[in-house]
Design a binder for this molecule. Structure first.
Ligand code: DHB
Ligand code: MG
Length: 221
């Protein structure tokens, strides 16, 4: 099947099942004002994150890579008014766009955006003795994936769910000899998860509006 057909199927399911309100549409469109236009998750992927939070009964969620806060809004709504989201963003420009979007979506009171390199922000959370998170979404720079997983393991307990975005990238993930540090960041984190005795995981390829990519979903026993 072709890319147009994949997009049409995404549009069909998204129109039928996945309501994006004005705040989510505005957050998506504001991606143009970030350092990485069009890198936010698709609507059906945002909805998947929300469903996973609901299925897991997650109340505390940690996100690596805020960008414009599009996925953050899905997650903040899913954790509910008593829940909390901590989201880590390198670029102040993106964080400021995200804060506007979180305000518009009515969830700013349950989200903390920490600006700076995500590995440093996560280390600070560890040092502060942050309460364990129930679900972690890793969607920042891809070379950082192994460090973000390690931090996530310090910030979660049994039953926690860890989701990683962009683990396929047009199939490049299978190229062991790749000199792309993003590909190696994905390959290394897959190996780390495979070798971790407390993690069970799978990964799914996705097609559609974001092209050919995929999500890894892990659970801590
Ligand atoms: C890139 C990163 C993302 O998180 C994404 O969803 C799409 C692209 C990137 O680094 O190119
Ligand atoms: Mg991504």
């Amino acid at each position: 099947a072709s890319a147009p057909a994949w997009r049409a199927v995404d549009a069909f399911f998204t129109h039928a099942l996945v309501g994006e309100d004005e705040a989510l549409v505005a957050a998506r469109e504001s991606g143009a004002r970030t350092t990485m236009p069009n890198a936010e998750v698709a609507a059906n992927q945002g909805a998947l994150l929300g469903l996973l939070i609901g299925i897991a009964g997650a109340r505390r969620m940690l996100e690596f890579g805020t960008l414009a806060g599009y996925s953050t809004i899905w997650c903040a709504r899913a954790v509910g008014a008593q829940g909390h989201v901590t989201t880590l963003e390198l670029a102040p420009q993106n964080a400021h766009v995200a804060l506007e979007n979180l305000e518009r979506a009515g969830v700013a009171d349950r989200v903390e955006v920490r600006i700076g390199p995500a590995a440093e922000s996560a280390q600070r959370l560890i040092e502060e003795g942050a309460e364990p998170y129930d679900l972690v979404f890793i969607d920042a720079d891809k070379p950082g994936n192994p460090a973000y997983l390690a931090a996530a393991l310090c910030l979660t307990g049994p039953g926690a769910v860890i989701v990683i975005d962009n683990v396929v990238r047009d199939g490049a993930v299978v190229d062991a000899a790749s000199e792309d540090p993003r590909v190696q960041g994905v390959r290394q984190v897959v190996q780390d998860i495979a070798e971790h005795p407390e993690l069970e995981a799978t990964a799914l390829q996705t097609v559609g509006v974001k092209g050919w990519d995929g999500l890894l979903i892990a659970r801590r026993r």
